[in-house]
Design a binder for this molecule. Structure first.
Ligand code: HAM
Length: 420
């Protein structure tokens, strides 16, 4: 076959999908338990939403967006993230008139034209949660507590929570100037991209992977030394609330995050089992985003979890493949028809039942039952059918028993309960 998927775009195949569904179900349960509601937003948005929201001088907007002009001449972009779209929806539908505080989550694909490698794709999925309308540092801690609770609930361990404060509009400009002054003295060490970033957005130099740039930034002034007393107070409260919730964190004064909308609290959850793309989650507060996209002065905070990275960290021993409860092996025409009647009845009663459409030999039908990892097999022959009986086989223990067909559903439920 010569038509293949686009580089960096992945299929999630049936043997993997159980993990995705498990994670999504847990996210819905945990987030809804914390008072969040789901929102579904379009995959395409006006390009301006992201250039204004994420920032013109970020890698995402400068070189990673899938942007095109539609047939009416509008510039549209496949969403590279969900926060700006969720903020747009909140403003557009005036959700604040109902309640200024909105707790929203969204699950879906994002698109960035990055160089694909393990853990980095051009279409990837995020689970995103946002709280709009609260400035109180308690909510910063609340979203982090929810995040860590969720990650632990799906079985992730050995994670590191890193936090930092990035200051706000009143204190960050001074830091930016200091950083620029410092890096100008080292500009000969900077790569071509960073030479440009030095003029447009010097904070982005922290994210550059080029060794000489990393060396240049090693002794750079830290944002934490420049934040104003209001930002410091806010950050101290966030830390206090995290400690009250029993969470441990690492202060990472070099974490600046790759999007320009962040103010004050920024955080990442990293796993050292992931290799170079080690961030499972990134998030933070963005108190100016709403104004940037032309809205009211509304604070916000949230995070996005990378699904592919999360799924790759799930415990290896856990079973995610959907298994049939029962495989009906029928021998002969009469039993085959009876099998069809039984599986319909069982499926309506919520039992996951399968049969072999080809009605081959018993051996090949049992091979299929094994391949599908069926818990039980029901062997139905002409003789048994006449007597109103069938043989139920526990596929794991190989124990077989003859059971009356009239009680099949009850017997099966009982056996499954005993051997889940
Ligand atoms: P981000 O750090 O760009 O933040 O992405 C969040 C997470 O998405 C990353 O930690 C990573 O797990 C995953 N991710 C990002 N890019 C890729 C990729 N190319 N391939 C695979 N996974 C990827 C945001 O997107 C912000 N909107 C997060 C946020 C929400 N901040 C506040 N609210």
């Amino acid at each position: 076959m010569d038509v293949k998927a686009i580089r960096g775009f992945n299929d999630v195949l049936p043997d993997e999908i159980g993990k995705w569904q498990y994670v999504e179900k847990a996210a819905r349960e945990v987030f809804e338990g914390f008072g969040f509601s789901e929102i579904r937003i379009p995959i395409l948005e006006p390009t301006e939403l992201f250039s204004r929201g994420i920032g013109e001088a970020t890698d995402i907007v400068e070189k990673e967006m899938y942007t095109f002009t539609d047939r009416s001449g509008n510039s549209l972009t496949l969403r590279p993230e969900a926060t700006a779209s969720m903020a747009r929806a909140y403003l557009e539908h005036q959700l604040y008139t109902f309640d200024p505080v909105a707790k929203l989550y969204c699950i879906g694909p994002m698109f960035r034209y990055e160089r694909p490698q393990k853990g980095r794709y051009r279409q990837f999925y995020q689970i995103d949660a946002e709280v709009f309308g609260v400035e109180n540092p308690m909510v910063d801690a609340e979203v982090i507590v929810m995040l860590i609770h969720f990650l632990n609930r799906v079985g992730l361990e050995k994670l590191e929570l890193q936090i930092n404060s990035l200051g706000d509009r009143s204190c960050r400009p001074r830091y930016r100037e200091e950083l620029k002054k410092f890096l100008t003295s080292k500009s000969f060490q900077l790569c071509e991209d960073c030479q440009r970033r030095l003029q447009t957005n010097p904070l982005r130099i922290f994210d550059c992977k080029v060794e000489t740039c990393q060396a240049a930034i090693a002794d750079a002034p830290k944002v934490s030394d420049f934040i104003c007393s209001e930002c410091q107070k806010h950050f101290d409260k966030v830390k206090e609330y995290l400690e009250m919730a029993g969470l441990t964190y690492i202060l990472n004064p070099r974490m600046v995050r790759g999007l320009d909308y962040y103010t004050r609290t920024a955080f990442e959850v990293v796993s050292y089992q992931l290799g170079s793309q080690n961030a499972v989650t990134g998030g933070g507060r963005y108190d100016n985003l709403f104004q940037e996209i032309g809205g009211l002065d509304i604070p916000g905070i949230g995070f996005a979890i990378g699904m592919e990275r999360l799924v790759s960290l799930l415990p290896k021993e856990k079973e995610f493949v959907l298994r049939p409860d029962l495989f009906v092996a029928a021998l002969g025409e009469g039993p085959f028809k009876e099998a069809y009647r039984i599986i319909n009845q069982l499926r309506l009663a919520g039992v996951r039942a399968e049969l072999d459409y080809e009605s081959k030999s018993l051996k090949s039908q049992m091979r299929r039952a094994d391949k599908l990892k069926a818990r039980y097999a029901l062997i139905l022959g002409e003789e048994e059918l006449k007597k109103g009986k069938a043989v139920l086989r526990n596929m794991a223990t190989k124990f077989q028993e003859e059971i009356p067909m009239a009680n099949l559903l009850e017997t099966l439920k009982d056996r499954i309960q005993q051997n889940p």
